[in-house]
Design a protein around this ligand. Structure first.
Ligand SMILES: Cc1cc2nc3c(=O)[nH]c(=O)nc-3n(C[C@H](O)[C@H](O)[C@H](O)COP(=O)(O)O)c2cc1C
Length: 245
């Protein structure tokens, strides 16, 4: 499929993959720090109110209290909780013509992201790697291995991932987006991923759960766990989810 492989997005993604060998071989570029906050000292200032409406206080409280959680209790997650997290992050919420819209926005309504789950402790589900069938709103079991430790190893040894009841793993099928947006498409795909993850984290807050986004991983090791090729489809982002310890 040469045209996808020639796109800047594809080349950037491949060139910035993290691997064990690459980490040992290549030093990161040295880039000078800059200031932390930007202000315009000469500009007129307008002080903002901090009074929010009472209505919707629960939602605002979820925003206020969201923090990355990396310490999880042993208690399993319920299947209902998992289903709500999947719906909140990628559920279908409407149809107009041939477009199926979802909870999270997507450039051009093209939805290039796929959701996989590394399940360790969910009531009623055997541990394993599952794929979320968006249209059927169901899970497809892909492997029977207990995925926590292999996944943590593939994510630079981040031990909390092995403890989390569930890890969400998002890949992109680049062609879905790039067929329309070409070189620029990778930007949109990455933005889509951010929307999905934030929806998930806020829904976790609603359920009294917590999570941590993860972008430090050996790309092709995670791809290998999922059985995706790293070219047409490759991992972009993960999140560990569970009840705070
Ligand atoms: C794109 C992205 C990648 C991240 N990757 C990791 C990661 O690999 N491991 C980790 O422990 N935290 C990761 N985090 C979480 C950040 O460290 C965390 O969001 C940041 O310290 C701010 O803290 P807060 O989320 O508690 O507000 C990531 C966050 C983002 C947005």
């Amino acid at each position: 499929m040469p045209e996808l492989r020639e796109s800047l997005g594809h080349r950037y993604l491949q060139a910035t993959k993290c691997s064990r060998e690459g980490r040992e071989r290549q030093a990161p570029p040295v880039i000078q720090r800059t200031e932390r906050w930007k202000t315009y000292p000469e500009a007129e200032k307008v002080k903002l109110p901090r009074t929010w409406p009472e209505q919707g206080a629960d939602f605002l409280s979820i925003l206020q209290h969201r923090r990355s959680v990396r310490d999880f209790v042993a208690k399993p997650m319920s299947l209902e909780e998992l289903a709500l997290l999947l719906w909140a992050s990628q559920g279908i919420t409407g149809q107009v013509g041939s477009f199926f819209f979802r909870t999270a926005p997507s450039a051009g309504a093209l939805y290039p992201m796929e959701t996989y789950l590394a399940i360790q402790r969910v009531d009623g589900l055997d541990p394993g790697i599952y794929h979320f069938d968006v249209q059927g709103f169901r899970l497809e079991r892909l492997s029977v291995l207990s995925p926590g430790q292999p996944l943590a190893d593939a994510c630079l040894g981040q031990g909390f991932m092995a403890q989390a009841p569930v890890n969400f793993i998002w890949t992109a099928i680049f062609r879905r987006n790039m067929v329309k947006y070409g070189h620029r498409g990778l930007r949109y795909i990455l933005l889509d991923a951010g929307h999905i993850c934030q929806n998930l984290l806020l829904a976790a807050g609603f359920l009294g759960l917590g999570g941590c986004p993860v972008a430090a991983f050996f790309d092709d090791e995670v791809n290998g766990l999922l059985g995706v090729d790293g070219q047409e489809e490759s991992v972009l982002y993960l999140a560990s989810l569970g009840r705070k310890g």
